[in-house]
Design a binder for this molecule. Structure first.
Ligand code: SF4
Length: 475
């Protein structure tokens, strides 16, 4: 299918990891035969969907090594904390969690405590763990996740914390075992990293530059998922719109969508996250033409003021953004729009903030993920002098939230008495006599129904509308 710029990891490395997994599995089986107890693992995942996806790989490898998953940390032999550094107070939360495992390590000295994820790509965080949390057994980063079996085995024989952080951008490892928590829905990473360097964001610093997976590898993975009964795929990347730019192929994200749309058995396709500067007319037309692509678009605008957008290094204007939204609304009738907004970016004035509110009112998003700006060590915005007071940030945040909540409820009101297609996920958490699932537009729908319908697409008439979910009856 063409030539690739990046070097993929050589297969001997993968074979080596597989050999280690097999060896550990044999050891674990022997132990089970001796004492009748399976070795267990417990995983805590912080942060975004990329981290959830990474944890699915770590769990897949642990399953392969003969460990069993537990929800009880006290009986775990291997504990993994998969960290995130994007959210506020993430470090404090992590240290709190690590501290809480100290007593468990004393009670069970054979327990292996492993910390990984994007925070471990930050030197100061690793230095703190090394100095203050000596009960941690293993620290590794995002680039060497595929070497987890080897690192786990090595850490079993180490007296001190084993730290292995690699800066090996350009490597994409296929065929890592994955433990999927959901049979009917799956996240499929199509690319890693980001090239954009928004001035507030740590992602490019900890996840590296953009690397796209080969289309044939993505298609093979999704065909296998379809064969296993999966109906809905979410294509995942920090900026999916720039998929393929690093490949020496005549292919972009819209082309990939078409390829996925052709896979038999897959009924729904979603994707996230998109960058407004990269969303093309071709992509919008492709979304409209591909029947399996859901009427849902997450397009973070972050701020309404062009001055703030420039300081954020977002590379689009409010006008560009609104134009793209209009195109999407026209091409995709009933599209559910969602966004990310940052309140209190350094230097944001009252007038700037008013422009953010104006965008919210104009677009009428179904959902907005709103964040109060907080400094991320290592980003240019953290060094900016005109930081906004906490008090002001919180006041504006409240105002924004109130506005969006009213708009979000109004967006849901459109569904009343309408029939929507729902992919049934299981019994409702709040009422076991009901089922729950999501519409094509991503709305949570709870409904009365009967029969063996989990994993099926059913039609539901909406009878009640709330801000965060819809209620209905199966037709
Ligand atoms: S596009 Fe910007 S905000 Fe998104 S991951 Fe890349 S640098 Fe961060």
């Amino acid at each position: 299918m063409g030539e690739r710029k990046e070097v993929k990891i050589d297969k001997t490395e993968l074979t080596r990891q597989k050999e280690i997994m097999l060896r550990l599995k044999e050891n674990n089986n022997m132990e089970y035969q001796k004492n009748g107890k399976h070795k267990r693992y417990f995983v805590i995942t912080f942060g975004c969907q990329q981290n959830v996806s990474d944890s699915e790989k770590l769990m897949g490898m642990l399953d392969e090594m003969g460990y069993q998953k537990t929800e009880n940390r006290e009986e775990a032999d291997v504990v993994i904390i998969n960290t995130c550094c994007v959210r506020e107070n993430a470090e404090l939360k992590l240290y709190g969690n690590i501290g809480a495992f100290k007593q468990l390590k004393i009670d069970n000295p054979n327990m292996l405590l492993c910390i990984c994820g994007c925070m471990m790509e930050q030197e100061h965080a690793v230095a703190t763990i090394k100095k203050k949390y000596r009960h941690v057994d293993l620290v590794f980063g995002t680039h060497n996740l595929y070497r987890f079996p080897e690192l786990l085995e090595r850490s079993m024989n180490e007296m001190y914390t084993l730290i292995d952080i690699m800066n090996t951008e350009g490597i994409i490892v296929e065929d890592i075992p994955v433990r999927r928590e959901d049979k009917f829905k799956a996240w499929v990473t199509i690319m890693y990293g980001c090239n954009n360097f928004c001035s507030y964001c740590i992602v490019p610093h900890v996840r590296g530059r953009e690397r796209s997976r080969l289309p044939e590898d993505i298609v093979t993975e999704i065909k296998q998922l379809a064969a296993d009964g999966c109906k809905e795929i979410t294509l995942l990347g920090q900026n999916v719109n720039s998929y393929g730019k690093d490949l020496k192929l005549e292919l972009d994200f819209a082309d990939l969508l078409k390829m996925v749309n052709d896979i038999e058995g897959i009924e729904r396709i979603r994707f996230m996250t998109s960058h407004p500067k990269d969303i093309s007319d071709k992509l919008i037309q492709t979304m409209s033409a591909c029947k399996k692509v859901c009427e849902q678009l997450h397009l973070p605008f972050q701020a309404g003021s062009n001055r703030v957008l420039k300081a954020m290094n977002r590379k689009y204007t409010k006008e560009d953004y609104l134009e793209k939204i209009e195109k999407a609304k026209k091409a995709l009738p009933g599209v559910a729009l969602s966004t990310d907004v940052i309140v209190g970016f350094p230097g944001e004035t009252d007038e700037d903030f008013e422009e953010t509110l104006e965008v919210i009112k104009k677009v009428e998003f179904d959902q907005a993920f709103m964040f109060i700006y907080s400094k991320r060590t290592g980003t240019p915005a953290a060094e900016m002098e005109n930081q906004i007071s906490e008090d002001q940030k919180h006041k504006n945040f409240e105002k924004l939230m109130k506005l969006q909540n009213a708009i979000g409820k109004k967006a849901n009101d459109h569904y009343l008495n309408k029939t929507v297609e729902v992919l049934v996920e299981g019994p409702s958490k709040n009422d076991a006599t009901k089922f729950t699932g999501r519409s094509r537009t991503g709305k949570v729908v709870n409904f009365s129904g009967k029969g063996d319908i989990i994993g099926q697409l059913v039609n539901v008439k909406i009878t009640e509308v709330f801000s965060w979910f819809l209620n209905g009856e199966m037709e």
